[in-house]
Design a protein around this ligand. Structure first.
Ligand code: B12
Length: 422
């Protein structure tokens, strides 16, 4: 028998507001399994607790799912921690004795820590389309012998077609400079030691289903999109096939994407351009100890800048500098390289948000010299849930290296995200 499920988006961060596509995808998956799903979007609510209370009193739900996209804004300057705002919502659901399931990328980064912090009942890490219906089946049979379930193990349902746009009011998001997202695959095979997305299972969706999802959105009047993949170019053949399918369908949309430096080819840029990709945000590390396992070097970066120029795609580089024990020469080399090669813009981060269970957290835990460079005093029982940053470079030093070249922006000081800068 189908269950009555309420899915809640508590993400009120407005810079920019982000449509909860994770929950939209879950609606498709749960409805396929005959559950009755209602989505409560609190993004623009002035009174989130009151709105949640209202819906809980109006209807009876078997279970509430809450998405946790961000633990915090993850940028050092003006950092915002979001989890404390969720406590009153959890309290309100608990008052009705309804079990609470947490999920989302933020949650998946530190599931035990967040489950404890928020005192929720269950948690699902990774993609939810397959595991959530399985979880519900077990829950109905009273057959659950754990609290946290792993969606990476079972992946996504490649055959799901997400004909979405009717459970969330997109117009409110677009008015406030939001953008419609779409996902082509899950997971990331990169090896960045500070990142919560590194080394996660990669699984591609069916290209014709993604194109149908986009066509459905275009038919509703939306024509500006952003990828919601960790990086678009996880697999070169898949990326090119996707662009070719988009070119063939000629939907009249434009899109921007996150990319990593490899893999790539000239054809990738040619087809990105022909499929109306206008902006690439490229993740780059100055430290060669991070470039190397991710299989790129300065020659690749030169090629990418050239291809973007040749195919008229704006290139925004998200640059991370100052990884523990990186030399100043290494940082300087990257900044000088960019001054010469000149992408459209370079956003510089030099404060590393530390997440438990990453190689960077392990490094910090065993090295007192690194612990001294954290922005808060370190204690042995630190769990990194509330934001802590590692920093070995001063803002003055960065400003000296940039030398008033306005191609560079220090992340968090200039507000906004790349697609808004065009
Ligand atoms: C694309 C993206 C963006 C785009 C979004 C474009 C758009 N319109 O959607 C832009 C550029 C706008 C953006 C902005 C920001 N982002 Co961002 N973003 C991403 C990225 C790459 C994908 C997010 C996404 O949509 N995924 C696709 C959907 C389908 O997946 P999903 O939401 O995770 O949902 C699935 C599962 O998690 C699960 N699930 C989700 N909810 C629930 C609930 C339940 C109950 C269950 C069972 C399962 C479940 O099932 C869903 C379906 O499989 C992620 C990293 C990542 N790979 O997730 C970072 C990421 C989420 N972003 C991050 C950050 C920090 C930000 C910003 C704060 C940056 C800034 N300082 O300005 C802002 C926040 C904006 C906001 N209002 O929230 C961080 C969050 C880290 C943290 N500390 O928590 C991440 C994790 C990147 C990182 N590695 O650090 N972002």
């Amino acid at each position: 028998m189908g269950l009555n499920i309420l899915l809640v988006n508590p993400n009120k961060f407005q810079s920019p507001p982000v449509i909860p596509i994770g929950l939209e995808y879950l609606v498709t998956a749960l409805e396929k399994h005959n559950h009755n799903v209602q989505l409560l979007d609190l993004c623009f609510s002035e009174t989130p607790k009151k709105d949640l209370d209202k819906i809980l009193n109006e209807k009876s739900f078997d279970l509430v799912g809450l998405t946790i996209r961000n633990i915090d804004s993850s940028i050092y300057f003006n950092n915002q921690f979001f989890l404390s705002d969720l406590k009153p919502l959890i309290k309100c659901i608990k008052a009705q004795n309804i079990p609470i399931v947490l999920g989302g990328t933020g949650f998946s980064a530190m599931p035990n820590e967040i489950l404890n912090y928020l005192k929720a009942d269950y948690g699902i890490i990774g993609p939810g389309e397959v595991i959530f219906p399985q979880f519900l089946e077990l829950w109905q049979l009273h057959n659950l012998n754990q609290k946290i379930f792993d969606g990476w193990r079972v992946g996504v349902d490649e055959k799901l077609v997400n004909l979405r746009g009717n459970n969330v009011d997109y117009t409110k998001y677009l008015k406030k400079k939001g953008i419609v997202g779409f996902q082509t695959h899950i997971g990331c095979n990169n090896q960045c030691p500070y990142c919560i997305e590194a080394n996660t299972r990669v699984q591609f969706k069916d290209i014709s289903n993604i194109i149908n999802e986009l066509a459905h959105l275009v038919n509703q009047g939306y024509n500006h999109f952003h990828t919601c993949d960790t990086e678009f170019n996880t697999n070169l053949k898949f990326s090119i096939d996707f662009c070719l399918a988009l070119i063939k369908r000629n939907l009249g949309l434009k899109w921007s994407l996150y990319m990593k430096p490899t893999p790539y080819s000239e054809n990738l840029f040619k087809y990105l351009h022909e499929s109306k990709a206008y902006l690439i945000t490229l993740s780059v590390d100055s430290d060669e100890r991070i470039q190397e396992p991710n299989k790129y070097n300065y020659d690749d970066l030169t090629q990418i800048v050239n291809y973007c120029q040749k195919y008229n795609i704006k290139l925004a580089i998200d640059l991370l500098i100052g990884y523990p024990k990186e030399s100043l020469e290494s940082v300087k080399r990257m900044i000088d390289f960019l001054k010469i090669n000149r992408p459209f813009t370079v956003g510089i981060s030099f404060n590393y948000r530390i997440y438990n269970h990453t190689p960077l957290a392990s490094l910090i835990k065993k090295d007192p010299t690194l612990q001294k460079k954290l922005n808060k005093p370190y204690t042995a029982n630190e769990n990194f849930l509330e934001p802590i940053f590692y920093n070995q470079l001063s803002q003055e030093k960065i400003e000296e290296l940039i030398d008033q070249d306005d191609m560079f922006k220090i992340a968090g000081i200039t507000p906004g995200v790349n697609y808004q800068q065009i």
